[in-house]
Design a protein around this ligand. Structure first.
Ligand SMILES: Cc1cc2nc3c(=O)[nH]c(=O)nc-3n(C[C@H](O)[C@H](O)[C@H](O)COP(=O)(O)O)c2cc1C
Length: 375
């Protein structure tokens, strides 16, 4: 079976089958403290976000999904048009197919309808070893991308019958791309979640941002199970680190900007993501569904609803800006980790958190050198 057919099946299955994890993304455990006296004007709430040196209307993004089969051209153009009109970034699906079948390049071309949209190209980490510097650079230049996403999908490749299973040296390859590419590299998972340790390795390799893409939404084990009866997919349907947990861990371990995706399903989830350390929150499945049922207008309606929900969450937490939201009070104990006060209202500065890596109120986790402990 060709790569083109596989790409088409992924979208078809995502649209028609129930392919989300039954484990939630962890957002259900996070509750903001509600303010009955917001003391701000709703219309003064400012959703604008800065990401990779660009300003966007909201901390929201349509993440990498498709390309590489005939109908994908229309899907990508409609996603791009909606993203451009709403001034949010867009990720395209894996461009590997473009390198194998140059005729498929047109399915990734969106600049005719969206000349200004912030566009991220996409390629798999495990496939980098097969391509030259010139080929990788062409992924960015040929579609006039502003960034390149490198996806980490070892679970999907392991479950997929025809998957690439040799991941030796993938980190080294990522580092090389970061060195030579003249646009930022975003490392991303595809729904199983990046933990703090891996995030640190990626930051050291030179990536400019990380999309943790954790458990809580699209399950690639489920998609592969439906697509080719990849039986191991059943056991790994819910495998991985939840999106909320990834954010808590990664924001402690790295300084690069974080994107939250994987089960982000409303503007309230976006607000929680920002509170847990993300700069942007993104989603895939909800936007491709909106495209399928309502075209450009459908996607825009979904984005506008999420913006409204985010604005309400900010209003009710006395957050005029995203910087305020990052410090908004959470209900005590709502992250489920008693020792962890970062997510509660008080600060544990100087107090021992009980973590084996920390002592004397200083955090030594993930290579950090004795910052005040916020674990
Ligand atoms: C139909 C579909 C196709 C996808 N294709 C890609 C891809 O080519 N490259 C990639 O990095 N991620 C891909 N993803 C993963 C998403 O970027 C995202 O990490 C994941 O779906 C979690 O977000 P969600 O729960 O909002 O869907 C795809 C997701 C969907 C739903």
């Amino acid at each position: 079976m060709g790569i083109e057919t596989r790409k088409m099946q992924h979208v078809d299955i995502a649209l028609r089958q129930k392919i989300e994890t039954t484990r939630k993304g962890g957002f259900e455990d996070i509750e903001f403290v509600h303010y009955s006296l917001p003391e701000i004007n709703f219309s003064d709430v400012d959703l604008s976000a800065s990401f990779l040196k660009r300003k966007f209307a909201a901390p929201l993004m349509i993440v990498s999904m498709t390309g590489g089969f005939a109908e994908a051209e229309k899907i990508n153009k409609q996603l791009a048009l909606a993203a451009e009109k709403e001034n949010i970034p867009l990720g395209l699906g894996s461009q590997r197919v473009m390198l194998e079948k140059p005729g498929m390049k047109r399915t990734f071309m969106v600049r005719d309808v969206a000349p200004k949209v912030f566009l991220a190209g996409n390629i798999g980490a495990v496939q980098l070893q097969n391509y030259s510097k010139k080929q990788i650079e062409s992924l960015v230049s040929s579609i006039e991308a502003n960034a390149l996403c490198i996806h980490l999908n070892p679970m999907q490749e392991a479950v997929q019958l025809e998957g690439d299973k040799n991941w030796k040296g993938a980190l080294l390859q990522i580092g090389k791309v970061c060195d030579y590419l003249d646009v930022p590299v975003i490392a991303k998972e595809t729904g199983a979640g990046i933990n703090g340790e891996v995030a640190k390795q990626l930051e050291d390799a030179g990536v400019s941002a990380i999309d943790v893409s954790g458990v809580g939404g699209t399950s690639w084990s489920a998609i592969e199970l439906y697509r080719k009866d990849a039986k191991a997919g059943a056991a790994f349907w819910n495998w991985g680190n939840t999106t909320a947990k990834c954010l808590m861990e990664c924001s402690e371990c790295v300084d690069v900007q974080l994107i939250a995706s994987g089960g982000v399903r409303s503007g309230l989830d976006v607000a929680k993501s920002i509170r847990l350390g993300a700069t942007m929150a993104g989603a895939g499945l909800p936007f491709i569904k909106a495209q399928n049922s309502g075209g450009v207008a459908g996607i825009r309606k979904e984005i506008q609803l999420w913006k409204e929900e985010l604005q309400i969450a900010m209003f009710l937490t006395r957050s005029k800006t995203l910087a305020d939201l990052r410090k908004a009070k959470l209900q005590d104990g709502c992250c489920g980790e008693d020792e962890c006060c970062r997510w509660k209202s008080e600060c544990c500065k100087g107090r021992d958190c009980g973590d084996a890596d920390c002592k004397d109120g200083k955090c030594w986790k993930g290579g950090k050198s004795g910052n005040d402990c916020k674990c």
